[in-house]
Design a binder for this molecule. Structure first.
Ligand code: GLP
Length: 261
């Protein structure tokens, strides 16, 4: 795992967008795993502004609310159209989100796994982190070997996501269909982005704390090609911060991105 501390939120976001852009330029038929949430909005805005082509890219979103049709403005399908898909040259046939409207969610979950495998697996999975320590919607005690399935959301998550639902946690759907922790870990590369003071404690638990199903994001410690990009606030509880900065300063691969570090 590489911790990449950026000085500001803008720099952390720009660095994340540039990494995705560079993977897309190197491999135009990239299989890209996407995340939602406020943190990602600016990443997508920068990707759109970069002009990079998505024409041959296939995408898989981490999760979708159960019971919200894609037309619902609060669905993650709508979020993705609004922030990314409507503004790039992506082929709609290559866009994949879990089907939260399926009659049988376990069938939809198995189908999602098959689609990921059929695309050859995910090359790069973008991740945020919830205040409950989740990646995707893998709420506390999600098995570290879980696959795509439906999960009941915690009150912490529903409160965190209430902003999109008029500020009312009760308006946030109670369930979501999400890639499992193991599904995520099978991606060939992970990039987790977190910003803001509210994430500092959970970030420290995820990257420096013990591996535990209570914080599903801690599972990224098992991944051999994983970057955690943080702004100054999200990094502020890390005990090893000085060392992580030192590593970044000495790694040549970060040279093209020096102005953002
Ligand atoms: C939702 C998503 C998560 C994401 C989280 C972070 O819960 N399901 O994948 O990590 O939001 O949200 P934000 O970026 O708004 O803090």
């Amino acid at each position: 795992m590489e911790i990449v501390p950026a000085p500001t939120r803008d720099a952390a976001v720009a660095l994340t967008a540039k990494l995705i852009e560079s993977r897309l330029r190197d491999k135009p038929n990239l299989v890209l795993g996407l995340a939602t949430g406020r943190t990602m909005e600016e990443v997508y805005a920068r990707l759109v502004a970069s002009g990079v082509s998505f024409a041959r890219c296939t995408t898989f979103n981490l999760d979708e609310y159960v019971g919200l049709p894609p037309e619902d403005p609060n669905s993650y399908a709508a979020y993705m159209r609004h922030h990314l898909f409507d503004h790039v040259d992506i082929d709609p046939a290559r866009i994949n989100l879990p089907d939260g409207m399926a009659d049988d969610l376990s069938v939809a979950a198995a189908d999602y796994e098959r689609r990921i495998a059929g695309a050859g697996g995910i090359d790069l999975q973008l991740l945020g982190i919830g205040e409950a320590g989740h990646i995707g919607f893998n709420e506390p005690l999600s098995a570290l070997r879980s696959r795509t399935r439906d999960k009941i959301l915690t009150p912490v998550t529903r409160a965190q996501n209430a902003g999109m639902f008029g500020g009312d946690p009760d308006a946030v759907p109670k369930r979501a269909l999400t890639m499992g922790v193991e599904t995520i870990l099978e991606s060939r590369e992970l990039v987790l982005l977190a910003s803001g003071r509210a994430k500092a404690s959970v970030v420290a638990k995820a990257v420096e704390g013990p591996l535990t199903a209570r914080i599903s994001a801690s599972a990224i410690q098992l991944h051999t090609h994983c970057k955690v990009i943080l702004d100054d606030e999200a990094a502020s509880d890390l005990e090893g911060l000085a060392y992580y900065r030192e590593v970044c300063r000495n790694e040549e691969k970060w040279d093209p991105y020096r102005s953002l570090l």
